[in-house]
Design a protein around this ligand. Structure first.
Ligand code: ADP
Length: 775
């Protein structure tokens, strides 16, 4: 019974009852018995949607009740806001909840006053690197979806971060929530925690495979589910579910497939909609179109009008929540999604169809089967407790052999064991520097001791591989001047190393940026650009800004100086520099792209920082994909329409935002590095960054920086003769109103944000002032 939970605040039982939670689910009760509300460490490995969040909530509330402070680590930013909303309901009892997802380098001081903080593992890692003082006060840390420590890219950060938090406060309570995995006891052993390992689910889940005209379920039963001529099995299943008034979640392997499936399925759903539902759906569709004016937005809105939607990481958060809400409200009947939706966003449905069980994997060179863990997590989304009699999760087979294979591979299979991915170069390169820089170790031995606290050490008796990679990476960091060995054999971060760690850069990205900036300063690669003037005979700048440094503008007036000093790098050059670092995820070259970007590379050769690899070098292709990213950024910073960009590069609006954000962060880091190295290039980098931030040409950077102006409005204001913030502050109100096409509210907000004496539009006739734009 919820009234008998020890250690939780007085108000909690009633609050839970208000949410319809009268008694604990069996795994929750087990967790309470194991002392989760009394400060004990716990690993809970239970199926999706079986109430893990409540286990964590109980632990956090009890910890705060004892005067402590709790941190909830989520794997995805999208989940951070969902969790915050969930915990904000406790603010009525005087608790304060904060979420920290913003820039890596922002120090997060304001979080010191919060009782519960929600953050991604990368953000927590960054807070540790930047010595956020409140981290010492943490009494409880929750790690959601902790099985992701197995992920080669992001797992090591979670692993190292948990180890650091536990080292900062040896009494810290750790609560780790995991999907069902093959070796939950390994996690418990690592975290020195009690284990709740359960298969219990609040609603029955029937797994099965659709083949031919029938569903084959795991209990051996079969049920007819006819597929009409010219119909796809997924459509038949959706139709069948609709006849039972249920909804379907379809998992596919790519964004493109998600979009295509939603388009097709909306024509399956549409005939089943009531007139009322059609009206409501068309309202949702309008809201979707309002979020942004892009093809993706249009496609989504069109699908939604027919009762279907797609969901993937390329969607903006506004689109995502509209889709999730309408699906939860049972207005949208089918959502086709990439597996991001399975990673914890709470959108259960009657049926789940795992349509694609293979996914393209570039590093493995082709289609690879999904893990049992992933498929089971998707399947676990089936069935809404209290609403559906049971959930049904189906795979699709196109042959009898495949039917057998899918049963073996997924339906009857146990999920995989998870395994630390820490002993890999990129992970250790980054984490060794950060560990030394933030004082968790100051020698090779100290590093080894620290690494003893990781899952890797608890899983591997043999340390050879870890030590070998560690030694290689210490050397790499030394060569690049991020670490130095001291006389007594100790290790210390250099000032540059500290900067790199705080900036949250992969040291390899930092090295690439530093090399590029230095090469530009030295004049490398000028040979072809400047008619034979070789950079080799010029002395290296050696980190010192040469005396008498002049700006590009001054150089243009002084022909003699030009031979000694190079103009500032262009935005394109700088975008390419950051696009080729390992911190910028790649934009793949499509067929035909190679030739196009090769030409562009030669045309604009003079703009790149550092030398271009030869066409025969295997690195050339990566270099060209970076060029594709760089041109996307250049387009964005040249005010090309967002829709045109998504078309031109075959990406979603969410991707454009993602690229821009990453570029902004990397350019900010490059600016700091350029400043620290005294290269005199910081102003050029800043300009490229600000242009990327606002998506505007140089002349608009100031205007676009005024809150609620943005790239399009800035251009219209500029055309109306308002060129900077000062002009805007002094502007004639009717001119502003005209430029903003007669939208009074917008104009008032803009004027207010610019600090105009009298932002009110009273007495200005909008019709009159709007006229200049009509023509
Ligand atoms: P998980 O985190 O394991 O995926 P959630 O914590 O999201 O699952 O729980 C799924 C749903 O179950 C939520 O809507 C939650 O409110 C509900 N729930 C959790 N515990 C209980 C309980 N003891 N009784 C009734 N409903 C519960």
């Amino acid at each position: 019974d919820v009234a008998d939970i020890p250690g939780v605040p007085e108000w909690l039982p009633e609050h839970l009852q208000g949410d319809g939670i009268e008694s604990l689910y069996p795994p929750q009760a087990e967790a309470v018995d194991a002392g989760v509300t009394q400060g004990e460490n716990l690993v809970a490995s239970v199926p999706t949607a079986s109430g893990k969040t409540l286990v964590a909530t109980l632990a956090m509330l009890a910890s705060v009740e004892r005067g402590g402070k709790a941190l909830y680590i989520v794997p995805l930013r999208a989940l951070a806001s969902e969790k915050r909303e969930e915990f904000e309901q406790f603010e009525q009892y005087g608790l304060e909840v904060g979420v920290s997802t913003g820039n890596y380098e922002s120090e997060g001081g304001w979080l010191a006053t919060k009782d519960i903080v929600v953050a991604t593992s990368e953000k927590v890692d960054s807070l540790v690197r930047n010595d956020a003082p409140w981290l010492d006060e943490l009494t409880c840390v929750v790690s959601d979806e902790v099985h992701l420590v197995d992920d080669p890219n992001r797992g090591p950060t979670l692993e190292v971060t948990l180890a650091k938090l536990r080292q900062l406060n040896p009494d810290l309570q750790t609560v780790a929530l995991s999907a069902t995995i093959g070796n939950a006891e390994a996690l418990a052993e690592w975290l020195d925690a009690a284990l709740v390992d359960s298969d219990w689910r609040p609603i029955e889940l029937k797994k099965g495979v659709h083949y031919g005209q029938a569903l084959h379920l795991e209990d051996g039963s079969q049920r007819e589910l006819p597929v009409r001529n010219s119909e796809k099995p997924t459509a038949a299943i959706v139709r069948d579910t609709l006849e039972d008034e249920g909804s379907t979640l379809v998992f596919v392997n790519s964004r493109r497939n998600a979009e295509a499936a939603a388009g097709r399925l909306s024509s399956t759903v549409e005939p089943h909609l009531t007139p009322e539902e059609r009206d409501q759906l068309s309202e949702v569709a309008d809201e979707i179109r309002d979020v942004s004016d892009t093809d993706t937005s249009d496609d989504l809105a069109d699908a939604v009008e027919g009762g279907a939607a797609f969901h993937h990481a390329g969607l903006s958060s506004g689109h995502r929540s509209l889709v999730e809400d309408a699906f939860r409200d049972r207005l949208i009947k089918v959502v086709s999604a990439t597996p991001t939706l399975a990673a914890g966003v709470n959108t259960p449905s009657r049926r789940v169809v795992v349509r694609d069980w293979r996914r393209y994997d570039g590093t493995a060179g082709g289609m690879q089967p999904l893990s049992v863990l992933e498929v089971h997590q998707m399947m676990g989304r089936a069935g809404r407790p209290g609403r559906d009699p049971y959930g049904e999760a189906l795979l699709l087979a196109s042959s009898h052999d495949e039917l057998d294979e899918l049963f073996e591979r997924y339906v009857w299979a146990e999920p995989e064991e998870i395994e630390s991915k820490l002993a890999a170069e990129p992970a250790l390169r980054t984490h060794i520097l950060a560990t030394v820089a933030s004082g968790f170790a100051n020698s090779r031995e100290g590093l080894l001791e620290f690494l003893e606290q990781t899952l890797h050490a608890s899983q591997n008796a043999d340390r050879q591989q870890l030590e070998r990679v560690m030694d290689d990476m210490i050397e790499y960091l030394e060569v690049n001047e991020f670490l130095e060995r001291e006389d007594d054999g100790g290790l210390a971060a250099t000032s540059l190393g500290h900067t790199v760690s705080r900036l949250y850069l992969d040291p390899m990205s930092a090295a690439e940026i530093i090399d590029g900036l230095r090469a530009w300063k030295r004049g490398d690669g000028r040979a072809r650009a400047d008619d034979g003037a070789s950079g080799a005979d010029r002395p290296a700048a050696d980190g010192e800004e040469p005396p008498g440094f002049t700006t590009a503008g001054e150089l243009a007036d002084d022909a003699d100086e030009e031979a000694a000093e190079r103009p500032d790098p262009t935005a394109m050059g700088l975008y390419h520099l950051v696009a080729r670092t390992p911190d910028m995820y790649e934009l793949y070259l499509r067929s035909g792209d190679e030739e196009e970007y090769q030409m562009l590379a030669f045309e604009r050769e003079a703009e790149f920082l550092g030398s271009m690899p030869s066409e025969f070098d295997p690195a050339f292709e990566d270099w060209l994909s970076a060029l594709k990213t760089a041109r996307l950024l250049e387009d964005w910073a040249s005010e090309v329409d967002e829709n045109e960009i998504t078309d031109r590069y075959g990406v979603g609006p969410g991707d454009v935002r993602g690229k821009v954000e990453t570029a902004q962060w990397l350019l900010g880091a490059a600016e700091s590095l350029a400043g620290e190295l005294g290269l005199g290039l910081a102003p050029a980098v800043r300009e490229a960054r600000v242009r990327a931030e606002h998506g505007v040409r140089e002349e608009l950077t100031e205007l676009a920086g005024v809150r609620s102006v943005g790239r399009k409005r800035a251009r219209r204001l500029y055309q109306a003769g308002i060129e900077d913030r000062e002009d805007l502050r002094e502007a004639d109100k009717s001119v502003v109103l005209g430029a903003l096409r007669g939208r009074e509210r917008t104009a008032e907000t803009v004027l207010e944000n610019a600090g105009h004496r009298d932002p009110s539009m009273d007495g200005v006739d909008p019709d009159d002032s709007a006229r200049p734009d009509d023509g």
